[in-house]
Design a protein around this ligand. Sequence first.
Ligand code: GYE
Length: 331
Amino acid sequence: MPPRRLSASGLLLALFCPLLLALSACGRPRPPGDPQAEADRGGGPLIGFAQVNHLNPWRIAETNAITGEAEKRGYRLLVTDAKSSTQQQVRDVSYLLARGVEYVILAPKEFAALRPAILAARDAGIPLILVDRMADGVPGREFLTFIGSDFTREGERIAEWLAGRMRGAARIVELRGEKGSSPEIDRAVGFRRALQAHPGMLIVASSYANFERLEGQKAMEEIILSLGRSFDAVYAHNDEMAIGAIQALKAAGIRPGQDVILASIDGGKDALKAIIAGELGASVECTPRFADKIFQVIEAHRRGEPIPAKIINEDRLFDIRNAGELIRSVF
Ligand code: GYE
């Protein structure tokens, strides 16, 4: 199902709509007998989703997919936005538990620091589903399951692609994601592991840029100040940072796609446009659209069926060979 695109005001409505549902029907009044009207009246199970922030297209696409899927299946959904604060996200999970949700869906900001939220749900006896990022806990025992991508494999795929493109020799700048988050940790590990087979591929600088475009741009500017032009490739842990880096390179008179080859992760529209423009070399997909799997898990669990400890998404790799043909299929 194509996720609905939400504007900023639409997103606000989606965030606050669940709160308003208790008081009135949110949006258009629904005819009697409409399944959604039943859910609005309290017929559908109440689910909580604790999101990290809505600061980039990936997070907005993920929330859109989950709200869309909940609505389609007749669930009531409470969405919280931690605005990038770990403490706030721990409080958000407690809030959802206090509101009496039947399941908690948690996109944990960091791996270690969200453990208290996992334990709070476990102690309350409420099944918790980790989505998109991993956190510290035992699946199947302390939380229900993890659904998301294989970040280690993503890092390996970038290393393999870059080694091919650079014929085994390059000085690489790495822009790392949000420190302590599982995609940041695993994308660094996978990349290094795959580089072991290519001794000519060297990481010459590595900076954290928080998965954000502007921070990617600033980190790249600083690296250019210290290294000058003595690097040939950039590995960014997500598209947003790669796009920021492209801006910094251009401003310094370095041609992305010619003087320096870039590769990143996520596979969003802006990245595919940059591939088509010849500025980004490749992007490994990390899809934010897997809400169907989340609700399949909830429904299977409600029927008492066993749930696998991990459910890993299948992701594609985009480069100049397929970006034009596939751009319509990405978030
Ligand atoms: O790559 C990034 C987002 O957790 C997998 O977080 C997700 C990552 C994604 O902010 O763009």
